[in-house]
Design a protein around this ligand. Structure first.
Ligand code: NAD
Ligand code: UDX
Length: 459
């Protein structure tokens, strides 16, 4: 089928950038991104490109180039479904917060609602593409909903998981390591492969069966996160033995079978994907009664929680076992640099631990607002909203966040943190002035020369 109109349901971190790049590379295809969240759509349509709901380097330029030409953002979901030959489902699939599988399984209610919406509206044949990350065999459920409409509309389901990482989404989309398409219908697979073929070479477009494609996405995230937990586990051993985790990572990473990427020890991985997808993998394994498989992958999460907890514990014990009433300055709240996304950020959990000890946390992040920080903490439900807003504040500049602080905790690896006037920061802090570098971005000897008590991960 020659595709001329695409609809994407879900204008989020995946739907927005992915469709913007598809529209840029396929000027003859009309791409409409729809969402139930009217505020989010309004922000995507804002003339002021700094107000786009998502910050990603390079994204605003592509939106500027394509929006209103062949890229559209709309709340008219039914209309966009009806007129399109291909519909991407790119809605959120968070961890369930209720009922069976609470805290483990993926919540598929948004995906199912999309399938029902498509079933209700469609009058012509559609290719439905799973862009969201889904448990293996979800396509079966979607197909069953779509095939029971009573109409003679034909639906083909494809799985096309997204591998972009936030902060580098546009680069990842423009130069993907591979594009994965799982499906049963060769025709449908080739229709989608042609769209990617506008800029991705065919040898990088992998065709598999639907189940392999669905499972590959969960597996890729599990492997990536497992590398971080592995190096973080070694970081704790380094701290006991005078080995240096950066040196160890370099030494093992030069083995071409291991490779150098994703070996940066840190305060713990965050982001909307790793934890959610591994928990889902663990849940699926348990549901097939594969206890050893489930236990194996669950350790990746257990170690990550341990890493966040031991960072807070170390900070507290270094500050003479009490942070009560002490100002602790955070640099960074986002889960990694170059994004405004804070989902599952280590900063949230470390702040929560410190708040339990009655610390005053003052945060500077170049892209995250005070409202977002408050809502992240309120979501944990550890204490009242009033207490959170009293104990945690965001500042407009890093210097305000660190003035009179007892300690700095570096939670995100934003490049600008390295360029600050650290001598001024030292002068303005309480003494002894402690730095807890959760991202290993500062130079230990330089900081010690200034006068700081500096500690990092794995050294
Ligand atoms: P998101 O929360 O940023 O966006 C999802 C959007 O879907 C929201 O704006 C929401 O309002 C909308 N939505 C939900 N139900 C809807 C409905 N019935 N009709 C219309 N709109 C609806 O989520 P995201 O980060 O873009 O993730 C989407 C999916 O992609 C998830 O399955 C995620 O696991 C996967 N994924 C995410 C990333 C990432 O880096 N964020 C990377 C790869 C894959
Ligand atoms: C991840 C996957 O990389 C991507 O392929 C998938 O599509 C979505 O999930 P993302 O979560 O956006 O992407 O960012 P990523 O770069 O993977 O970082 C995740 C977390 O791990 C961040 O908190 C990051 O700081 C941390 N991390 C990453 C480390 O602590 N050490 C590393 O070596 C790499």
């Amino acid at each position: 089928m020659k595709i001329t109109k695409i609809c994407c349901i879900g204008a989020g971190y995946v739907g927005g950038p992915t469709m913007a790049v598809i529209a840029k590379k396929n000027p003859d295809i009309k791409v409409t991104i729809v969402d139930i969240n009217a505020d989010r759509i309004a922000a995507w349509n804002d003339n002021d490109l700094s107000k786009l709901p998502i910050y990603e380097p390079g994204l605003a330029e592509i939106v500027k180039e394509t929006r209103g030409k062949n890229l559209f953002f709309s709340t008219e979901i039914d209309k966009a479904i009806d007129e399109s030959q291909m519909i991407f489902i790119s809605v959120n699939t968070p961890t369930k917060t209720y009922g069976k599988g609470k805290g483990m399984a993926a919540d598929l209610k948004y995906v199912e609602l999309c399938a029902r919406n498509i079933a209700k509206v469609a009058t012509t044949d559609k290719i439905v593409v799973e862009k969201s990350t889904l448990p293996v065999r979800t396509a079966q459920a979607i197909k069953s909903i779509l095939d029971n409409t009573g109409s003679d509309v034909n639906f083909e389901i494809l799985s096309n998981p997204e591998f972009l990482a936030e902060g580098t989404a546009i680069q990842d989309l423009l130069n993907p390591d591979r594009v994965l398409i799982g499906g049963a219908s060769e025709d449908a697979i080739e229709s989608l492969a042609n769209i990617y073929g506008s800029w991705v070479s065919q040898d990088k477009i992998l065709r598999t069966n639907v189940w392999s494609s669905e499972l590959s996405k969960l597996t890729a995230n599990a492997f990536l996160a497992q590398r971080i937990s592995s190096i973080n586990a070694i970081s704790e051993l380094c701290e006991q033995t005078e080995a240096d985790v950066n040196e160890v990572a370099k030494a093992i990473g030069m083995d071409s079978r291991i490779g150098p990427k994703f070996l940066k020890a840190s305060v713990g991985f965050g982001g909307s994907c790793f934890q959610k997808d591994i928990l889902n993998l663990v849940y699926i394994a348990r549901s097939y009664n594969l206890q050893a498989v489930a236990d194996y992958w669950e350790q990746v999460i257990i170690l990550n929680d341990h890493q966040k907890r031991r960072f807070s514990d170390h900070l507290i014990s270094t500050l003479y076992n009490t942070v009560s009433g002490k100002k602790i300055g955070f640099l960074g709240w986002a889960f990694k640099k170059d994004t405004n996304d804070t989902r599952e950020s280590a900063a949230i959990y470390v702040a929560d631990h410190l708040l339990n000890e009655q610390a005053n946390v003052v945060v500077y992040d170049p892209k995250v607002s005070n409202e977002k920080m408050q809502s992240d903490l309120n979501y944990l439900n550890t204490r009242s909203e009033e207490e959170n807003s009293k104990l945690v504040k965001a500042t407009e500049t890093p210097y305000e966040a660190l003035k009179d602080a007892h300690a700095v905790a570096i939670m995100t690896e934003w490049d600008e943190f390295k360029t600050y006037d650290w001598k001024r920061i030292y002068t303005e802090m309480k003494k002894p002035a402690f730095i807890f570098d959760g991202r290993n971005i500062l130079d230990k000897s330089e900081m010690e020369k200034i006068g700081f008590e500096y500690s990092s991960i794995g050294k």
